[in-house]
Design a protein around this ligand. Structure first.
Ligand SMILES: [Zn+2]
Length: 339
């Protein structure tokens, strides 16, 4: 007798395959797709004036002090950042240049979000860029609130969607800082990271900035203790200090690249941060029981100087000229979001 084909068993297996194996294939393939999108979060479109950014236009900002997330449309986010990063008294074209740099920065976070933002794109402190909500900003300005907000708002609106690109790619390091010493720094000299558009350039007229020059004194005992605590291999003493602190190299812009402290060598940026100096462009003098550091400029010195941008704006440069002066070889393109 011919054995009957086991239809029930056959269909049961088919259904099982469909129910278990198929979803497994789909689930496995999803992360692969998602991660390849993350690696390629922007692309230049056909007409060459637009840059496509994956994701929505909303920015997830982690509000550090309150341990919460705020979701803000990008243009509102940029207004808040410009109001937190640059004085409202600055010229319109400087505010516009700041808006483009801030917008570029937040878009760069799509491919590498802030690691302390707890799942957000960005945090609200100087770790990323300072973000102050509109309400708190208006409170701080008091009687000039409306006037200041309208001025910043107009500047941001006039650059709506514009970001910096280099070689048809979104600029990932639109660095900016407060005040230069007369020259900006090469990224490679400060961060040991060679970025083609972050190269040293002249930045005139910044002597008027409040932090163009600054002095920080330390009692010699305090200084020696702090050095040995931070760099134990230095083996500095109050007696051997003279002759045991030596500037090894400076960048062409004047920033200290490396300094010798007793038996050890330290990077200029590291030393600056350890001792709370305004910049790496400093001289020091030792007299009696004091060591005095005299700094020029304020900030890391790489990319756009905010005070320099304002000087350029006051001399008639527009925001595009300012940006092209501080970021070499860049273009401006307009964002198009693709969800
Ligand atoms: Zn951050």
């Amino acid at each position: 007798m011919r054995k009957q084909f086991p239809y029930t068993l056959f269909f049961s297996i088919l259904i099982l395959i469909f129910m278990i194996v198929a979803p497994m294939i789909i689930i496995k393939s999803m992360p692969v797709k998602a991660s390849s999108e993350e690696d390629n979060s922007s692309s230049i479109s056909e007409n060459n004036n637009l840059i496509t950014i994956n994701g929505s236009e909303n920015i997830k900002v982690y509000i550090t002090k309150e341990d919460r997330m705020e979701e803000v449309p990008i243009e509102d986010y940029v207004k808040s950042v410009v109001s937190g990063e640059m004085p409202a008294s600055f010229s319109d074209e400087a505010l516009k240049a700041q808006a483009v740099a801030a917008r570029t920065y937040i878009m760069s976070k799509r491919s590498r979000p802030c690691d302390i933002a707890k799942g957000g794109d960005v945090c609200d402190t100087t770790h990323c860029q300072v973000y102050i909500s509109k309400v708190s900003r208006l409170e701080k300005w008091e009687d000039k609130a409306t006037e200041n907000w309208d001025k910043i708002s107009k500047a941001v609106d006039e650059t709506k969607g514009k970001v910096l690109t280099y070689n048809n790619q979104l600029v990932l390091y639109p660095q900016f800082f407060s005040t230069s010493s007369g020259m900006t720094e090469n990224a490679v000299d400060v961060f040991s990271n060679d970025v083609p558009y972050l190269v040293s350039t002249e930045s005139k007229g910044e002597e008027i900035a409040p932090k163009y020059e600054s002095e920080i004194p330390f009692n010699i005992n305090e200084f020696v203790n702090k050095v040995n605590e931070k760099y134990p291999e230095a083996e500095l003493t109050v007696e051997n200090l003279q002759g045991n602190i030596e500037i090894i190299s400076r960048s062409s812009a004047g920033g200290i690249k490396e300094i010798r402290l007793g038996q050890t060598k330290v990077k200029g940026l590291d030393f600056r941060l350890s001792f709370g100096l305004n910049s790496t462009n400093f001289e020091y003098t030792i007299s009696n029981d004091q060591i005095l550091f005299k700094c020029k400029g304020y900030g890391h010195g790489v990319g756009m100087s905010q005070w320099g941008a304002n000087v350029m704006a006051k001399s008639g440069s527009n925001y595009e000229e300012i940006l092209k002066h501080y970021y070499k070889g860049i273009d401006l393109k307009v964002i198009k979001f693709k969800e």
